[in-house]
Design a protein around this ligand. Structure first.
Ligand code: NAD
Ligand code: ZN
Length: 252
């Protein structure tokens, strides 16, 4: 394991350069430099709000209006991808990454231009009716929401419209989980960016890759429980470090 930034930058560039079936695994930390707060760790949302009050499925079902009001007031709709998202697009185009598996729900990987994004925790841009299962774009429901909160389903009148974001107490979307598992089992390299690696089952994906022989590189602001098993670990800001790695690869 390397932690000295100069040598680690070269080592991570070499690791990614060798990747032929690479996979990125990202968490909330990659979007912090886009202005979206993360959950755990210094300055995280959970230091200010109780997750079980605002983001648990039971609370949502009891009081959807409370969830929607929180969400309308706290969700950033104008966030833009930062250089870390862009670096992952570059790695994919150069053939070093097959996909980005993300725990994020902000859609910034897609906005940056990543071709294959597996969303393990759903999307804050899509809303589903829990009664008739019709899906709607978030912007449409936000419009209704401003007139009447909680909004009801435009198709069936049902009372429970929910962003496809996976709340505490809910399972992960089966298809996304299956996709992520097969990418992990086939991966030669996994690049982990901005994740505390404390949230399961999502953190089981890089673990599965490790068990199937993948090498791991980590870029995260704080130490993670996987640091000891990684080939390279760099502690710092993803939006600064990833572009450095890319320029080192370009000049190699
Ligand atoms: P987390 O909040 O548990 O961990 C984020 C990690 O990123 C922390 O270890 C932190 O030290 C690190 N970090 C902070 N700023 C960074 C930066 N600039 N560069 C690199 N690392 C940085 O997030 P998680 O591991 O994704 O798991 C938490 C859950 O939060 C997930 O379920 C996810 O769905 C959800 N979430 C998503 C968003 C989003 O969509 N952007 C935002 C908040 C939470
Ligand atoms: Zn409906």
């Amino acid at each position: 394991m390397t932690t000295a930034t100069g040598a680690a930058t070269a080592e991570l560039a070499a690791l990614l350069g060798r990747a032929r079936a690479g996979m990125a695994f990202t968490g909330a930390g990659i979007s912090v430099e886009s202005g979206i707060p993360h959950f755990r760790g210094e300055g995280g949302l959970w230091t200010k709000f109780d997750p079980y009050k605002v983001a648990h499925i039971d609370t949502f079902l009891k009081e959807p209006a409370q969830y929607w009001t929180y969400s309308l007031n706290h969700r950033r709709t104008d966030a833009e991808p930062n250089p870390a998202h862009v670096a992952l697009v570059d790695l994919e185009r150069r053939g070093h990454l097959r996909a980005v598996v993300t725990q994020n729900t902000d859609g910034l990987h897609q906005k940056a231009g990543s071709g294959r994004v597996v969303e393990l925790h759903g999307s804050s841009h899509a809303v589903v009716c829990l009664d008739c299962e019709t899906r709607f774009p978030r912007a449409e429901i936000d419009r209704l929401n401003r007139e009447h909160c909680p909004p009801s389903c435009p198709a069936c009148g049902g009372r429970f419209l929910k962003p496809t974001v996976v709340l505490f107490g809910e399972g992960l979307p089966v298809e996304a989980l299956r996709d992520a598992q097969s990418l992990a089992m086939a991966a030669d390299v996994v690049l982990i960016v901005g994740s505390s690696l404390q949230v399961y089952p999502a953190a089981g994906i890089p673990r599965l890759a490790l068990e199937h022989g993948a090498e791991v590189g980590i870029v995260n602001a704080e130490p993670t429980p996987f640091d000891d098993r990684a080939t390279v670990v760099i502690h710092g800001k993803a939006g600064e470090i990833l572009p450095q790695i890319l320029s080192r690869m370009a000049s190699a």
